[in-house]
Design a protein around this ligand. Structure first.
Ligand SMILES: [Zn+2]
Length: 278
């Protein structure tokens, strides 16, 4: 029996076993599988990572998610009233944001008043740095390095990819099948408890993401006219702090510091064109 005939016989034997609804679901599943493979292959080119990426949450939805998460963040830890330091963070941040590979949303930089060593980013381009960290940094170049690393996470879309992974295959399938209901992604994320959302915000990035954010951060420091050595200095500072009595909070989200120091040294030496002793 030929392969084609065998397949037809198999179809005649198996297909009647399913109800009309089940057949429709089966067809949808086949369509969805092909759509997912197709979209992953096509995707959208991300200049920050140099790869095609499959992002289904539109920027406008990401920004709206960022706004609601912002309320949770500042509900927990207040924004600083120090006008001079706030203006300094915004000035440095804006200079770096101008050279970011991602320009489809506006970056916002917030100084949080709390004596802890912390900084993180949330979907929608909101970047938070804590006064406890700013107070310990020696120069604008070092503050710029922290912000440039966070912008690196934004540009590589690391943050939104984690949210996308959390809402899972179901919502992605729904978005592919019903293009008009893009807001489902936000609804699905809104259905997550505020605890779950904050858990996502403060969960650790992978080693690969950290390397990439450092590399992008160095690129943005250079393009914006800051000292690229600032990235190495903040990592060395965090490494030293991590051996002290209080582990810096920033290490929960941005781990692998010793390995990153090695990679950053190599990157800087490569850019300077000479092997440097640090
Ligand atoms: Zn990081």
């Amino acid at each position: 029996m030929s392969g084609g005939r065998m397949l037809l016989n198999l179809k005649d034997k198996i297909f009647p076993l399913f109800s009309l609804k089940e057949k429709c679901n089966l067809l949808c599943l086949v369509f969805l599988s092909f759509s997912l493979v197709g979209c992953a292959a096509l995707g959208t080119y991300n200049p920050a990572t140099g790869r095609r990426e499959f992002i289904v949450i539109p920027t406008e939805e990401e920004v709206s998610m960022g706004r609601s998460i912002h309320n949770s963040v500042i509900g927990q830890d207040p924004i600083s009233h120090d006008k001079a330091q706030t203006a300094r963070i915004e000035r440095i941040g804006r200079r770096l944001a101008l050279v970011s590979d991602r320009q489809d949303y506006k970056y916002n930089f917030y100084l949080i008043e709390k004596d802890v060593i912390n900084a993180f980013t949330t979907p929608g381009g909101n970047i938070y740095i804590y006064s406890g960290l700013v107070d310990k940094l020696q120069s604008d170049d070092e503050v710029a390095a922290v912000l440039a690393h966070e912008i690196g996470h934004c540009a590589a879309r690391h943050t939104i990819k984690r949210f996308q992974a959390a809402v899972g295959f179901n919502i992605i399938g729904g978005l592919l099948l019903k293009h008009t209901e893009m807001k489902d992604s936000t609804r699905s994320i809104a259905a997550l408890s505020s605890n779950a959302v904050m858990q996502l915000v403060v969960s650790a990035y992978s080693r690969k993401d950290e390397y990439q954010a450092d590399k992008l951060g160095i690129k943005y420091l250079d393009l914006a006219g800051y000292e690229i050595e600032g990235m190495l200095k903040i990592l060395q500072f965090l490494d030293k702090e991590s051996r002290g009595p209080k582990i810096p909070l920033i290490l929960r989200t941005h781990p692998y510091v010793p390995d990153r120091i090695v990679a950053v040294k190599e990157k800087i030496a490569g850019m300077r064109g000479v092997a440097q002793e640090f």
